[in-house]
Design a protein around this ligand. Structure first.
Ligand code: IMP
Ligand code: MG
Length: 180
């Protein structure tokens, strides 16, 4: 697995330090609000598990799973494969995401949630790749772990064909690894 990595983009140490900082800010924001912390599966699982332990105020955990169906050439048509189980009406919701790329999935999640009449929805994404944003998408995350260049990354929950999610850092694949 390690041998397929061209370079480490964000190290384990960097992630750890940033999550501590985010934890302080997020905990301050949600003091007394008992938020629902929503993870969008499955890329977020590693970040979620680390982040939730740095949120020091009472909160509830929940998850949803999106799937994109590619009926036509243009991908990005999303469906909810598994919805949340908590009733978020009147609740404060914090969405945790692995990466904000073209923006399609986060926008879909955001609007899906807004239809459930929550008290508020905020977004924390570990990675942001602003160069890839689809035009017309204006939604801005409230917290970003790291802004990264336009490179395909794996590790720390992110995959290429379901591989590399268990790497402890965020790295860039060697071109030959795509051919496997
Ligand atoms: P979107 O393009 O912002 O809708 O991102 C959709 C999903 O694609 C993300 O939640 C990730 O699971 C995946 N994704 C986007 N960019 C990368 C990447 O660089 N590596 C691995 N997965 C990615
Ligand atoms: Mg994802």
């Amino acid at each position: 697995m390690e041998k397929d990595i061209l370079k480490v983009l964000v190290s384990e140490e960097q992630i750890k330090a940033r999550i501590q900082e985010l934890g302080v800010e997020i905990s301050r924001e949600y003091e007394g609000k008992n938020p629902v912390v929503l993870g969008v599966l499955k890329g977020v699982v590693v970040f979620y598990a680390d982040m939730i332990r740095h949120i020091t105020v009472p909160c509830q955990m929940d998850f949803m799973c999106l799937s994109s169906y590619q009926g036509t050439k243009s991908s990005g048509n999303m469906i909810v494969k598994q919805d949340m189980s908590v009733d978020v009406s009147g609740r404060h919701v914090l969405i945790l995401e692995d990466i904000y790329d073209t923006g399609g999935s986060l926008n879909y999640t955001y609007h899906h949630l807004m239809s459930k009449n929550p008290a508020s929805v905020k977004i924390c994404t570990l990675l942001d790749k602003p160069e890839r944003r689809r035009s017309g998408i204006t939604l801005k995350p409230d917290w970003v772990g790291f802004t990264i260049p336009n490179e395909f990354v794996v590790g720390y929950g992110l995959d290429f064909n379901e591989h590399y999610r268990n790497l402890p850092y965020v790295g860039v694949l060697k071109p030959e690894a795509y051919q496997k």
